[in-house]
Design a binder for this molecule. Structure first.
Ligand code: LRH
Ligand code: MN
Ligand code: MN
Length: 424
């Protein structure tokens, strides 16, 4: 299905007067409002193809119906999001969950929906039908060379799919690790993983980036072979200039100072991209900004400051992706909320008076520094984000259009109540 442009325009008309008042009010306090709106318009967040269906836990799965049954329908879903918010102009694929059967058709469909292909994700954490060796005891770290080779070959195949689709990055997340002390020789696991990553890196085209994603725990609960940013950074440094660390917000131990990690990686030129989500305990799937929006703002504050210092383009300098799985919400509604939360945090960070903050830091004026940060964070920037969306042809309020157009109901009608998507 598609959302007709006039439906978005009609809905906008109903809200335009209230929006203009709110926008006028907040924009009075912004010195460079046009520049800021342009940055907000340019900023796109890739949607993971695996987040469009209802996820589950090992205790159950409660599908909401109308889920995309194949890659074409996943692209269609993201097209719907992008039509509404004009900020979801990319898709991140997971292989083999989304094997493209006909590259030309898939590319054409993505282009029709205004989407490009962001990072490709490999999967060496599940055994696939017909696969020769099992990943039960790891992939690149495995004690058996044949298993390691299978994982290397799979990653190279993922790169090949990506080349065909016009992607330019590969995210390698390894579930490798151990669940019990003594299970693994850490040194050998590390060495094998490095060697495997080096083989994959060799297959990377010159214009590609490789993102090494880390995770503190799950599915392994004693050790993860790429368990934190230090390990990822080590690999990225040894691999070479095309290798970077990828930060998934939910992959840290509780209370980790993610903004500091981000600042350091960026400063070293080794931050590659993001998987956005939120978490309260040890999960990595909640709606972005639903638990700790202040942390998200602080992360964006470091990103804006650090990227500006390095002369990086905010929109294209790093890979911006959501990574979440929705158990009890409509995935499309959740993704609209997540993208909105990201743009709000970005807009707040753009409001920070960097010069004044640096002066306060130089003066050791902690109170002033906090006032500057929180002044930006406590500004209601939603009208700025909405104005940028309006100027791009999107909806002032994407969720309200989604609901008034009964998108989910229509998807259920055309795909069926039982349609189930691939993913987590
Ligand atoms: C692992 C992870 C990784 C996977 C995705 C499905 O928790 O964050 O990025 O590829 O989830
Ligand atoms: Mn992730
Ligand atoms: Mn994760």
């Amino acid at each position: 299905m598609q959302i007709e442009k006039y439906k978005i325009a009609d809905n906008n008309d109903k809200q335009i007067a209230a929006h203009k008042r709110a926008f006028g009010f907040v924009s009075e306090g912004v010195s460079n409002v046009e520049e800021m709106l342009q940055k907000l318009k340019d900023f796109q967040v890739a949607i993971p193809s695996w987040a469009l269906g209802t996820g589950g836990t090992r205790f159950g799965r409660f599908s909401g119906g109308g889920e995309p049954r194949n890659l074409e329908e996943k692209i269609e879903d993201i097209g719907l999001l992008h039509a509404l918010n004009q900020s979801s102009g990319a898709i991140s694929l997971h292989i083999p969950w989304d094997i493209p059967e006909n590259y030309a058709n898939i590319k054409a469909l993505a282009a029709q929906n205004g989407l490009r292909f962001d990072a490709m994700n490999s999967n060496t954490f599940q055994d696939q039908p017909g696969q020769e060796h099992s990943y039960k005891f790891g992939s690149l770290q495995h004690v058996d060379k044949a298993v390691r080779q299978q994982a290397i070959d799979h990653n190279i195949e993922v790169i090949r799919h990506g080349i065909e689709l016009g992607s330019d990055s590969l995210t390698v997340w390894l579930a490798d690790g151990s669940s019990f002390p003594g299970q693994l020789n850490f040194r050998k696991a590390h060495q094998h993983t490095l060697e495997g990553l080096q083989e994959i890196y060799k297959a990377l085209p010159d214009n590609w980036k490789m993102f090494v994603e880390y995770k503190a725990f799950e599915p392994n609960f004693y050790s993860m072979t790429v368990g934190d940013w230090g390990q990822s950074f080590l690999y990225a440094n040894k691999l070479g200039d095309k290798a970077y660390t990828l930060v998934d917000l939910g992959h840290h131990l509780p209370n980790a100072n993610i903004e500091q990690i981000v600042a350091l990686l960026l400063g070293e030129g080794k931050l590659g991209g993001f998987h956005f989500n939120d978490s309260k305990y040890g999960d990595d799937d909640l709606t972005v900004g639903s638990i700790n929006p202040y942390q998200l703002f602080l992360i964006f504050n470091e990103l804006v400051e650090g990227m500006d210092a390095r002369g990086m383009n905010h929109a294209t300098g790093l890979g911006w992706m959501i990574d979440a799985s929705h158990n009890i919400k409509d995935p499309l509604e959740d993704l609209l909320q997540s993208v909105e939360a990201i743009k709000i945090a970005y807009a707040q960070a753009l409001l920070v008076d960097t010069k004044a903050l640096q002066q306060a830091q130089a003066d050791n004026d902690i109170v002033k520094a906090q006032e500057i940060l929180q002044g930006a964070y406590r500004t209601d920037v939603r009208p700025l984000v909405a104005e940028a969306r309006l100027r791009s042809g999107g909806a002032l309020n994407p969720l309200s259009v989604y609901r008034s157009e009964k998108v989910r109901e229509q998807l259920i009608k055309s795909r069926g109540q039982k349609a189930v998507s691939t993913g987590l």
